[in-house]
Design a protein around this ligand. Structure first.
Ligand code: SF4
Ligand code: SF4
Length: 452
């Protein structure tokens, strides 16, 4: 598979003074962007409020050292499930990168989405791109000062809502809101919210594309993943060059009229006509902008389009490739395993530890006891009452709670004592049995009755 060159350090043409204004455009890809962006924003702000049977839908609890995912509590026992979810995410991202370049960045990455929201607020308060650029070089009038103030206030408000929602995935959101309304919020919480608000404000309002250009590792390794069949936003130089504005165009001129609109709409300030660049986030704004220009000058759309290197050479592109097959196979296996893990309501997670402070306790001349600590956790919420017993060991007697109520005792250790009269061996095996709702799990441990 032939790898294609990606420019790593392009010079953004509009970023000569370190600042440029992005022109918002309209078109089919921007509509598609709305279709992906708004549901993701709604999910982010909405999920934190959703509860399943009294449990949050998604919650990261430092206190209980567990994650609640889809209403089910995961603890360290469930690390394979989390690993499975990460494998699903990573392989899907690789698949998308190989098939369609950085569309994740352009259409779903939080950095792009929040930058896009902040630019919308900027346009709403300070006007369109030309107006904003013009006023950058003029003294600010009273009205403009007010408009700029309003912009920053709205930015801070959005940054605060983002920070509070993010915090709500780690701290019970209703209690946090109640504390806020009653002015009883702790200093630590206030400090955290202030830092998160400031980070969001700086990130999406001021730094913006510089994160994509200089901090995001994805833009760097995408160049390794692209191949000649990867569909990515590309300028058709064969069709567009030699570029000439409409006044100077002749029959040898290409379709590009050098209007520069594709550069003005680019959120990272690059010129896609220079070739594939690491700074391009595949947002397709330049496609929509150029299509609008082509419509106006009665030329076919698609001078800038999603195309592979082979398609730009006039060859056909292959979608089904070995690496895509590999990624999709791994993703499917991981998805199947994760679904099985989440729907397996039969499993109980049991841990038994023998008390090591005393190897055994001699109650009287004939009776020896061992002490244990038992912890039972469950994945499914319907196994609330679990019976505890010993398997087929009539000589052993179990002391301790014979029923564990998981809704009360989930994640806590319970003390048990097992005794035997006239033991015939110094070290023997012992099996604890846990039953509830037709589910039975057993766990073996050892029983010591004499010093070795
Ligand atoms: S928008 Fe299209 S026509 Fe205008 S400069 Fe860009 S590529 Fe050329
Ligand atoms: S070059 Fe086009 S697709 Fe790439 S970031 Fe700029 S506007 Fe988006």
């Amino acid at each position: 598979m032939q790898k294609i060159p990606v420019l790593q350090d392009p010079t953004p043409p509009l970023a000569t003074d370190g600042k440029f204004h992005v022109r918002l455009t309209e078109g089919r890809f921007q509509n598609l962007r709305r279709l992906t962006t708004w549901p993701l924003i709604a999910l982010y702000f909405g999920l934190v409020w959703i509860q399943v049977d009294g449990q949050p839908f998604l919650f990261f609890s430092f206190e209980q050292r567990s994650i609640i995912l889809f209403g089910s509590a995961l603890s360290w026992h469930d690390l394979p499930l989390l690993a499975g979810l990460m494998i699903v995410g990573a392989t899907l991202l690789f698949f998308i990168a190989v098939a369609w370049g950085r569309v994740w960045c352009g259409f779903a990455c939080p950095q792009s989405i929040w930058t896009w929201l902040f630019i919308r607020i900027e346009q709403l308060t300070e006007g369109r791109v030309n107006e904003r650029a013009r006023h950058d070089h003029q003294p600010l009038s009273g009205t403009r000062k007010l408009r700029r103030l309003l912009k920053h206030l709205l930015w801070i408000l959005l940054a605060f809502l983002t920070a509070a929602t993010f915090t709500g995935y780690f701290v019970p959101v209703r209690e946090m809101m109640a504390d806020g309304f009653n002015l009883e919020m702790s200093e630590a919480m206030l400090g955290w919210l202030t830092i998160m608000t400031a980070l969001t404000y700086v990130n999406a309002g001021l730094v913006r594309e510089k994160i994509c250009l200089h901090a995001c590792p994805y833009s760097r390794f995408q160049s390794v993943m692209f191949d000649e069949n990867t569909l990515t936003v590309s300028y058709d130089a064969k069709r567009g060059e030699p570029r000439a504005n409409q006044r100077n165009a002749d029959e040898d001129s290409g379709d590009c009229i050098d209007c520069g609109i594709c550069v003005q709409v680019c959120p990272t300030g690059i010129d896609i006509r220079n070739g594939l660049q690491a700074a391009c986030i595949d947002c397709a704004a330049c496609i929509d902008a150029c299509d609008n220009v082509m419509d106006k000058i009665n030329r076919p759309r698609g001078l800038i389009r999603f195309a592979s290197e082979r398609q730009l050479e006039g060859l056909t592109s292959k979608f089904l490739r070995l690496n895509l097959f590999g990624y999709s196979t791994v993703a499917l296996c991981a998805i199947t395993a994760v679904i099985y893990g989440f729907t397996d309501t039969k499993s109980l997670l049991v841990e038994i530890r023998r008390d090591r402070s005393a190897l055994f306790t001699q109650l009287d001349a004939d009776t020896v006891c061992n002490n244990y600590r038992v912890k039972v956790e469950r994945f499914a919420r319907d196994q609330e009452l679990i019976k505890v017993s010993l398997s087929e060991s009539p000589k052993f007697t179990l002391y301790g709670p014979d029923t564990i109520n998981l809704s009360d005792n989930n994640s806590s250790w319970l003390p048990y004592r097992v005794c035997i009269s006239n033991p015939d061996k110094q070290n023997t095996k012992l099996e604890f049995v846990f039953t509830g709702n037709g589910v039975s799990t057993s766990k073996e441990t050892s029983f010591l009755s004499k010093l070795i």
